[in-house]
Design a protein around this ligand. Structure first.
Ligand code: ADP
Ligand code: MG
Length: 229
């Protein structure tokens, strides 16, 4: 699969006119590739990810996920598209505090069907095993460490096997060791998906296939780029 982002522009209306955030941002990503976006706070990283994730409209430009122009999806099409095609990972885990790890991972299924099938349950357990939480299935978020909570959030993001993973400061709340292992996990997942990470963490940003920064509303490709290796 591929993600083709062309000439995205975004501005917010403000009282004194319009506030430009992104100008003509373009890039291309394929399955098996990861891309990092760095830039100072307020530079537009989250805005870019929100546009890619269909949470926020762009003013102009195009975002194609395979044959689908995602910026023209209707309000009616969006929830299902998002659930199946995009895995979101945020700085805050957004887990339900009263639910176990397993229930949290099953939540996207519950949003579509009232009953969880045996296969879905097995799938969720295998995802929790994959993120290293085989023995934490019944723990609630408060009974997990910060790194473990983020792993549950990652397993939940993977439940429909989305081709595109969007991670907004995924290691922002973690100490260095946990940040490194969550970074490893994400990059490993990107071997079979496409991953876009907004991050302040240089140790993570320099490990992705493609590396971009936002500077003066423009997405600029950084030199250190392993995509042609
Ligand atoms: P980053 O993630 O790089 O820190 P953001 O994408 O969150 O940056 O924000 C980029 C800029 O857009 C910020 O200056 C922010 O204040 C502004 N912004 C974000 N959302 C809105 C909004 N709904 N209305 C006006 N300005 C906004
Ligand atoms: Mg942000």
């Amino acid at each position: 699969m591929f993600l083709l982002v062309s000439q995205i522009c975004k501005e917010y209306p403000i009282r004194s006119g319009r506030l430009p955030i992104l100008r003509n941002c373009s890039f291309e990503l394929k399955t098996g590739q990861s891309l990092s976006v760095v830039g100072p706070s307020g530079s537009g990283k989250s805005t870019l990810l929100s546009i890619l994730g269909t949470l926020e409209p762009a003013n102009s430009g195009s975002v194609q996920l395979d044959q689908v122009e995602i910026l023209s999806l209707s309000e009616r099409e969006l929830p299902t598209f998002r659930r199946h095609q995009i895995g979101f990972i945020f700085q805050e885990h957004h887990l339900l505090p009263q639910c176990s790890s397993l229930e949290n991972v099953l939540m996207p299924f519950l949003a579509e069907n009232r009953r969880i099938s045996k296969e879905q349950r097995h799938h969720a357990i295998s995802l929790l095993e994959r993120v290293g939480l085989a023995d934490r299935l019944e723990h609630r978020p408060a009974e997990l460490s910060g790194g473990e909570r983020q792993r549950v959030a990652i397993a939940r993001a993977l439940v429909y096997c989305p081709p595109l993973l969007l991670a907004d400061e995924p290691t922002g709340n973690l100490d260095r060791n946990n940040a490194a292992s969550i970074g490893n996990l994400l990059l490993q997942l990107a071997e079979t998906a496409m991953l876009v990470i907004a991050t302040h963490d240089p140790a993570l940003a320099t490990r992705t296939t493609l590396q971009y920064q936002i500077e003066s509303e423009t997405l600029i490709k950084k030199e250190a780029d392993l995509s042609n290796l």
